[in-house]
Design a protein around this ligand. Structure first.
Ligand code: GDP
Ligand code: IMO
Ligand code: MG
Length: 427
C-alpha cells in the first residue's frame, strides 16, 4: 500500500487534528513525522474537546496503531502528562502507541535555552512556543542529541549530564535564571514512564505495515509556511513540515507516497511573529478571531487573522504535491457579506507578483484582492456539497480553479460530524 499524508498548508492550526480523527477509520496506522509539543491538535466528538500535542490524533480509535516517528522531538514530561490526561478514557495506549527509538528527546535545558534565545532576540523574537523545539533539533543536527533509545543504555545519565553541562555553559552566557533540580526530577520520572511504552524501530514497522497491506496516514504538525527551508525564515519552526519531511521523519521512500491531503482554513491565521501579507487589523480581523475562536491550542495566544492568500496557498500546494484539498472553518465566514481573496502582491517597487518572494521577511508586500459575495447564512443544515448556498459553492469553485486542485472536503464546525465530503470521493 501507499502511505497518505495529511498536512497544513498555511501557518499551522488549520484543523489537522479534526481531519485526522475524522479520516482515521479508513486507516490502520497514524504516524507523526516531525515537530513535537509545539503542536496542539484539537479533536471534538461526543461533546468533548481534546487537545493532543505529541500523541497522534488516531489515539481515540482503539483499532489504530499510533506511531511517533524518528523525525519527532519528544518531551517525556509533556508525554507523561498527556498520557495521564487520557487515562479517564480507558484507551489501550500501551498497546496502540509506539515510539521510535530514533526520536530525539527534549531535555529540561532545551526548554530553558529556547526561552533564553527568545529573550535575547528582544523585539525580533520568533514567538516560539518555548517547548525546546529549536534547541533540540539543533543538537540533533550537531550530532550530540539524546534519543529515545538511549534511555535504556546503562550510561544514559552520563550522556544526559554531558549534554546538560554544555547547555549550562550557554545558559550562563545568557545570564538565564532558573532552578534545574525540580525540572530534572520530573524529567527522570517521566523517562522511566516513557520506558514502559513500546520503543521501536519505526521505519521497519511502518514499511512492514505498508507491505502487509495496511493503510498508513502521516499526520503533519505546524504548517507548510513554517517549514525550516520553505517558510518565512527565520520566523519558522525547526523541522520540515512539508511532504519531504515524511520520508526522513518516518523512513519511507518517496515512491511509497499516495495521496497528499492539504488542509487550509477558508481564511488565514498565524500565531507568533513573522510576515503575514493579508493580516487584518480591522473589524473583519476581529470578527474572524472571535467567531473562529482563534486562540493557540498550545499557548493560548491570540492568533493573527486575515483573508485567504492564494499565492501562499499555491506555493504550499507546489512544495507538497497536494492531490486533494480540504477547506476548514468555512462556517467562520458565515457572517461576512463580502469575502476577499488575495490573488497577487504589489512589491515596494510597484511590481505585481503572484509568488512568495525570498524578500518576504524584509519587504512589505501589499495584498491585491478580489471580492466574492458572502453566503451570509448558517451552514448547519448543509450536509452535502450539492446543498451549499450558491456563494459558498462559488467560493469553492473559485479556489479550485485558481490552484488547480479539487477541494474534496469542507469543514463547517469543530465537531467530527460537522464535515462535508464531496460525494464523488470514495468513503
Ligand atoms: P491543528 O493544529 O491543525 O490540529 O488545529 P488546531 O486544533 O490548533 O486549531 C483548529 C481549531 O479550529 C480547533 O479549535 C478546532 O476545534 C477548530 N475547528 C476545526 N475545524 C473547524 C471548523 O470547520 N469550524 C470551526 N468553527 N472550528 C473548527
Ligand atoms: P500545530 O501543529 C501554529 C509557531 C510558533 C512560532 C514558530 C516557532 O498545532 O499546527 P517553535 O515552538 O516551533 O519554535 O515556534 O512556529 N508554531 C505553530 N503555530 N501551530 C503550530 O502547530 C505551531 N507550532 C509552532 O507560534 O511562531
Ligand atoms: Mg494547532
Amino acid at each position: 500500500m501507499k502511505l497518505d499524508i495529511l498536512l497544513g498548508l498555511q501557518w499551522g492550526d488549520e484543523g489537522k487534528g479534526k481531519v485526522v480523527d475524522y479520516l482515521a477509520p479508513k486507516y490502520n496506522v497514524v504516524a507523526r513525522f516531525q515537530g513535537g509539543p509545539n503542536a496542539g491538535h484539537t479533536l471534538e466528538f461526543d461533546g468533548i474537546k481534546h487537545v493532543l500535542h505529541q500523541i497522534p490524533s488516531g489515539i481515540f480509535r482503539s483499532d489504530i496503531l499510533n506511531v511517533i516517528g524518528n523525525g519527532v522531538v519528544l518531551d517525556p514530561v509533556i508525554f507523561k502528562k498527556e498520557i495521564e490526561g487520557l487515562s479517564k478514557y480507558n484507551l489501550s495506549v500501551l498497546d496502540n502507541l509506539c515510539i521510535s527509538k530514533k526520536a530525539q528527546i527534549i531535555l529540561p535545558t532545551h526548554r530553558l535555552l529556547d526561552a533564553a534565545y527568545e529573550k535575547s532576540k528582544g523585539a525580533k523574537k520568533i514567538g516560539s512556543t518555548l517547548k525546546g523545539i529549536g534547541p533540540t533539533y539543533q543538537d540533533k543536527i550537531a550530532r550530540q542529541g539524546l534519543r529515545v533509545g538511549d534511555t535504556s543504555l546503562p550510561n544514559f545519565k552520563d550522556k544526559y549530564q554531558k549534554l546538560t553541562q554544555k547547555h549550562l555553559q550557554i545558559l550562563e552566557f545568557y545570564k538565564a535564571d532558573f532552578q534545574l533540580d525540580q525540572l530534572e526530577k520530573e524529567f527522570f520520572e517521566a523517562v522511566e514512564f516513557l520506558k514502559t511504552f513500546k520503543l521501536v524501530e519505526s521505519e521497519y514497522l511502518i514499511n512492514s505495515e505498508l507491505s502487509g497491506g495496511s493503510r498508513v496516514l502521516a499526520e503533519g504538525a505546524q504548517g507548510s509556511l513554517l517549514d525550516i527551508d520553505f517558510g518565512s525564515y527565520p520566523f519558522v519552526t525547526s523541522s520540515n513540515t512539508t511532504s519531504a519531511g515524511v520520508c526522513s521523519g518516518l523512513g519511507v521512500a518517496p515512491n511509497s507516497i499516495g495521496e497528499v491531503y492539504g488542509i487550509f482554513k477558508a481564511y488565514c491565521t498565524r500565531v507568533g511573529s513573522g510576515p503575514f501579507p493579508t493580516e487584518l487589523f480591522d473589524a473583519d480581523g476581529e470578527t474572524m478571531q472571535k467567531v473562529g475562536n482563534e486562540f493557540g491550542a498550545t499557548t493560548g495566544r491570540p492568533r493573527r487573522c486575515g483573508w485567504l492568500d492564494l499565492p501562499a496557498l499555491k506555493y504550499a500546494i507546489m512544495i507538497n504535491g497536494v492531490t486533494q484539498l480540504y477547506m476548514m472553518k468555512a462556517d467562520v465566514l458565515n457572517v461576512f457579506n463580502e469575502i476577499k481573496v488575495c490573488t497577487s502582491y504589489r512589491r515596494e517597487n510597484g511590481d505585481i507578483i503572484d509568488i512568495l518572494p525570498y524578500e518576504i521577511v524584509d519587504e512589505k508586500l501589499e495584498p491585491i484582492y478580489e471580492s466574492l459575495p458572502g453566503w451570509n447564512c448558517s451552514l448547519d443544515e448543509n450536509k452535502e456539497f450539492d446543498s451549499f448556498p450558491g456563494e459558498l459553492a462559488g467560493y469553492v469553485d473559485y479556489i479550485e480553479k485558481a490552484v488547480g486542485v479539487p477541494i474534496n472536503m469542507v469543514s463547517v464546525g469543530p465537531d467530527r460530524t460537522e464535515t462535508v465530503v464531496r460525494d464523488t470521493v470514495e468513503a
